[in-house]
Ligand binder design. Structure first.
Ligand SMILES: [Zn+2]
Length: 102
């Protein structure tokens, strides 16, 4: 059985002050729009397993539509610290997707 690679949401480089980027993070590109995104060490391991990277603006609508977008606890923490507005959207999205699965 072939597993579909899931998409993983990453913070756009433009939304985070370079001084605030987690140590070990690297710049990669969104698979949808090509925008530069930060890939934290927690995400690098997931990418190696074949996950697509998508930036927050591309990934959030996709996550809401399909629920097939992956975001790690570490990433949620990073987004919460650096982008409170995106975090609010994300929290609302996660609430919707978890209530759908119950
Ligand atoms: Zn994008």
């Amino acid at each position: 059985m072939k597993e579909e690679p899931s998409a993983m949401i990453c913070a756009p480089v433009s939304s985070i002050d370079p001084l605030d980027v987690p140590s070990g993070a690297i710049v990669d590109q969104c698979a949808r729009c090509g925008h530069d995104v930060w890939l934290a060490p927690s995400g690098q391991a997931i990418k190696e397993k074949g996950a697509l990277l998508v930036c927050v603006p591309c990934g959030l609508p996709e996550a809401m539509a399909s629920g097939g977008v992956l975001i790690t606890k570490e990433q949620i923490q990073e987004i919460r610290e650096h982008d409170p507005e995106v975090y609010r959207e994300l929290k609302a999205m996660l609430r919707r997707s978890s209530s759908r699965n119950n």
